[in-house]
Design a protein around this ligand. Structure first.
Ligand SMILES: Nc1ncnc2c1ncn2[C@@H]1O[C@H](COP(=O)(O)OP(=O)(O)OP(=O)(O)O)[C@@H](O)[C@H]1O
Length: 463
């Protein structure tokens, strides 16, 4: 059903048309111009859109943040996200604000129009979310605060979210904040940081007596403010995963996605991981470039090259429970899971249940079950991951699924020499390394790894 409203930009008539797909603004010749710094009001800017009518600006429901009538100014205000290149799926986006005057006598029509648009734009979603925002002022290249204030806060304000900002003050602070968070007061917890602070939030939640309830009640929203931002690129892709505006829109318009967590026990310490567990070249590459965070995510590539060139080999002992080790089968399972993807909504736990997270995997002191496979000797890569991308340009686990209850393990046994290892590295950008003969197995499994044990739990994320 079509809903229309006639409004004015100064004296020029403009028509607003809303249907199920979204809103169209017709007749505003300057609507596509890009917003100026400061993004005040006015009618806004961008390169001309690839639509047949240059006076027409279509805005999808997903990109509509707020449409409201201001009875002080007798104006309608539209806050929306507009892609810089409308024909590209991963185009950068900008925040726009359109303001048009409403004719005398049309006020009630305008209010009704706004209600219709907002109902369609937020179908099944909460409006005016209450957000707890954690900013690591030292994360990545130290730009998290600036990213938040200049690119993210305006989006949250436009969507009329209430924002409670807290800066992390020391290592481990986010664990404490998540542990003490009043879960009834917030609709999401948002990190403006790298993966380190996300790790702390997840672990803080899971140390709570009401861990399961807390993690269901308060989803995690991720704004890229670190160096690698691995979780962000796994959710939004390699380009948009580094776009704070797009990430902010996900927090407002995204739906929750369950992501398995891995329980890791190290000596008598237990924690939960949502990315990868690894040994061999990738782990030493990471450790060897800790002091190079200033160079952003380029340090991942540099570290890997350095470690491969060193010619080191790595001994390990591990036991793995293999669920599937045929690459073709894993690929086809991934493809069918991907095409039939459904959002996993976890049921709320009932009152009186124990909400603590309990360990269900056998203790390390117990003997390895008979149907598990042992790995004992030299390896180059032992990389188990819940997520597909290790970093930008490194699609290490192309068939990883967020909530299949399994880990994907990439294993290269032995040391095949620098040239062959460089060959694997060279193909990892698009995931083609799996065709390499030396990448012997890609398992879906649970496993014991040295002194670590891993299984999966769930966390809500926006996707
Ligand atoms: N105020 C602070 N002072 C010192 N360390 C902090 C502070 N706030 C957070 N931290 C620590 O900084 C570490 C790294 O933070 P973060 O994940 O944000 O950035 P990053 O490691 O550069 O990003 P990425 O994980 O994407 O590479 C975290 O483990 C966190 O404990």
């Amino acid at each position: 059903m079509l809903h229309t409203l006639k409004v004015y930009k100064v004296h020029q008539p403009v028509e607003l048309v809303y249907d199920e797909a979204g809103l169209r603004i017709t007749g505003d010749l300057h609507a596509h111009k890009k917003p100026k710094a400061g993004r005040t009001c006015g009618c806004i800017p961008l390169p001309p859109p690839k639509v047949s009518d240059p006076t027409l600006l279509p805005i999808d429901n997903t990109n509509l943040l707020q449409v409201l009538y201001n009875d002080q100014t007798h104006m309608i205000q539209i806050h929306a996200i507009i892609p810089q290149q409308p024909d590209k799926v991963d185009s950068p986006v900008d925040l726009y604000k359109f303001i048009y005057s409403v004719e005398k006598g049309q006020e009630q029509d305008c209010i009704d129009f706004c209600t219709t648009v907002m109902t369609g734009a937020y179908k099944g979603l909460l409006t005016k979310k209450r957000l707890k925002v954690l900013i690591n002022p030292f994360g990545g290249q130290g730009k998290a605060k600036q990213i938040f204030e200049s690119q993210v806060r305006p989006v949250f304000d436009a969507a009329r979210c209430s924002v409670d900002v807290q800066y992390t003050e020391y290592q481990g602070h986010a664990i404490k904040i998540a542990q003490d968070l009043d879960i009834q007061s917030y609709d999401a917890i948002v990190t403006v940081s790298g993966d380190g602070v996300i790790h702390e939030v997840v672990n803080g939640f899971l140390q709570r007596p009401d861990a399961r309830q807390a993690i269901r009640k308060v989803p995690l929203g991720v704004i890229p403010g670190g160096t690698g931002n691995a979780l962000s690129i796994c959710m939004l892709g390699e380009k948009q995963g580094f776009d704070p505006v797009m990430a902010a829109v996900q927090i407002i318009k995204g739906r929750s996605l369950a992501l398995d967590l891995c329980s890791v026990t190290y000596d008598d310490h237990r924690y939960f991981s949502f990315l990868s567990q690894n040994y061999g070249i990738t782990s030493y590459a990471d450790l060897g470039t800790e002091s190079m965070r200033w160079m952003g995510d380029a340090r991942t590539v540099l570290g890997l090259l350095k470690e491969i060139m060193s010619g080191n080999s790595y001994g390990m002992e591990a036991a793995v429970h293999i669920v599937e080790d045929n690459k073709e089968t894993i690929q086809s399972q991934y493809e069918s899971a991907h095409t039939s993807a459904t959002w996993i909504e976890l049921a709320e736990s009932g009152d009186g249940e124990d909400h603590r997270v309990v360990d269900t995997i056998p203790a390390l002191t117990e003997s390895v079950p008979e149907d598990w496979t042992k790995i004992d000797g030299k390896i180059s890569f032992f990389l188990a991951s819940k997520t597909p991308l290790l970093a930008r340009g490194m699609l290490s686990h192309p068939y990883a699924l967020p909530n299949d209850g399994l880990l994907d393990l990439l294993l290269v046994r032995g040391n095949y020499g620098v040239m062959k290892q460089l060959g694997v590295f060279d193909k990892v950008e698009k995931g083609d390394h799996l065709d390499s003969k030396i990448v012997r197995q890609l398992y879906k499994d649970n496993f014991f790894f040295k002194k670590k044990k891993i299984h999966s739990l769930s966390l809500f994320l926006f996707g």
